[in-house]
Design a protein around this ligand. Sequence first.
Ligand code: ZN
Length: 315
Amino acid sequence: MIGRLALVSALLLTACRAPAVTPYADAGRATPGDEIVVCGERFATGAPVVLWFEEPRYDAYSTEPRFADDGPRGLRYRPGRRVDDEHLAARVAARGWTRNTLADAVDLFVLHYDVCGTSRTCFEVLHDRRELSVHFLLDIDGTIYQTLDLVDEAWHARQANPRSIGIEIAQIGAYPREESEPLETWYIHEDGGVRLQVPFRYGDGGVRTPHFLGRPARRERITGEIQGEKYEQYDFTPEQYDSLVKLTATLARVFPHLELDAPRDASGAVRTDALSDDELRRFRGILGHYHVSEDKRDPGPAFDWEAFLAAARAR
Ligand SMILES: [Zn+2]
């Protein structure tokens, strides 16, 4: 036991490299804890966090598929991060990645929804089948799954990957009115309002909270524009907002260049379209995937940017 602790301490003192087999899976930790892992160090969030080496092991370091046995084998992430800045590259070359070099490299947090509905299906689709990765999955009950150390580059938002941390928020998503059938499948109306319903074929959906009763934070369906197109969507659950706020506040503390704001237009409203390459290069803060790519609409018009940002700043 002491040998293992000494090993962990030694690793924390030197440059960090997140290995495929983690050295800091400490025995006896209650699952879930509330800590995320950044360069081998742990930071408390106040929200439930399950790490990649804990059950159900949403482990982006694994080159094997987790659920889809017939899925491809191979790497799903980039060890460390790609850096263009020569000074930063020199510091990394000299010492390896440290929390300081990482904090200089990372200044974006990209929000996605997963179009899968729950985090288990998301991990199967993203990791097992599409050979992609994202640092965090946020399930409907507010559980955060961290799939790899933030020192490593996940494959979730193309050109923003080297600078960003990514999160997939579990939700079936936003649709044009004439294609909104998935909303009828995933949300049912009852006397008490609107309720999330994981379709029968997914069983319990892998949701950690037994018999979780999920409701959108706002009961009415939200209509709004993204990239100039109109979409309908239900809001995320209060449990998801609560965990996202706590996680975001922690990230802003760990990454000083990550500003608690989103891209805004001339009137001060959060933008509903993609940034140009130049605008993206200059921006530091929180982005929807649609801010990065013109062909994306997540996290959709129902995502309550102002309430989210205000709550994250307040923490
Ligand atoms: Zn996305």
